[in-house]
Design a protein. Structure first.
Length: 157
């Protein structure tokens, strides 16, 4: 009997570990699984299509109405710079907040900053996040192009 136990005990322990991991994953924080559901966009090469951009914009603005935790990541690459902005919805003291993380890379160096934006609005040209730290208003165009990428990475003063 003990040889049978020794033979199947490792298998039973592995099955128990897998069941435990699956249970833990199923009950993970909703922000982990749904927090990135609006996806990412590329303004440079290869650009995100206009239809995909509109779907991402609709996702973010809909989530903001109910303060669902989502993220929208927008990146632009030019020959001399990379900028990635991550916009997050989060519950704040006075409703839903829009948090922004900006990562800038140029010439081998990089910087990261975080801001709160006061609002976001959708218009015919894309999304506009308003009052985002020192950058002010940040426009995300629905039509990605090299020109849009260049404007997106340009430092604001």
């Amino acid at each position: 009997m003990s040889s049978l136990l020794r033979r199947f005990l490792p298998i039973a322990l592995m099955v128990a570990a897998v069941v435990f991991m699956l249970h833990a994953t199923a009950h993970a924080s909703p922000a982990t699984s749904s927090g990135d559901r609006c996806g990412s966009m590329e303004l440079g090469s290869p650009p995100t299509s206009s239809d995909e951009a509109q779907a991402r914009f609709n996702c973010f603005t809909a989530a903001l109405q109910t303060c669902d935790p989502v993220a929208l990541v927008v990146s632009a690459h030019t020959p001399d710079a990379i900028v990635t902005r991550t916009f997050l919805t989060e519950v704040g003291d006075h409703g839903c907040n829009i948090a922004e993380t900006v990562e800038r890379g140029k010439g081998g160096g990089s910087t990261t900053e975080t801001n709160l934006c006061s609002d976001v609005r959708k218009n015919k040209d894309g999304l506009v996040f308003t009052a985002c730290g020192k950058d002010g208003d940040v426009a995300i165009p629905a039509v990605a192009s090299a020109e849009a990428a260049a404007a997106f990475v340009k430092p604001r003063t």
